[in-house]
Design a binder for this molecule. Structure first.
Ligand SMILES: [Zn+2]
Length: 115
């Protein structure tokens, strides 16, 4: 990270406008400060494009937002931990969904037996 590229990670783009503003900044820096490195890299089925700062050599990873997916722009040091966190959150949401389904089925079975 340096003053020529970006001073912070964007762990999430909160809105499409947030992303569009970021995208403008990225494109303006692509001319003199950043270069595209790899397209379509992946880690645990999360795909992202890589850019490298020509001054501090930091490798940045960009995942663009798409519907419910909010994307990110983070450096190489933080990416695997960030994706691990996203995957763990998804697992928890899946377990909560399964638990709710089991409770609903339990209530239906209970009401059917009572009648
Ligand atoms: Zn830099």
């Amino acid at each position: 990270m340096c003053s020529k590229c970006f001073s912070t990670n964007y762990f999430i783009f909160n809105s499409q406008t947030d992303f569009e503003n970021f995208d403008k900044e990225l494109n303006s820096k692509l001319k003199n400060n950043l270069t595209a490195l790899n397209c379509g890299k992946s880690y645990k089925e999360v795909y992202f494009d890589q850019y490298q700062c020509l001054h501090c050599m930091t490798i940045w990873n960009l995942s663009t937002p798409d519907n419910a997916w909010r994307g990110f722009f983070i450096d190489n040091e933080s990416i695997s931990q960030h994706i691990d966190n996203i995957k763990n959150d998804d697992k928890k949401k899946g377990l909560i969904g399964l638990l709710i389904l089991i409770i609903i089925v339990g209530i239906i079975v209970y009401l059917t037996i009572i009648k």
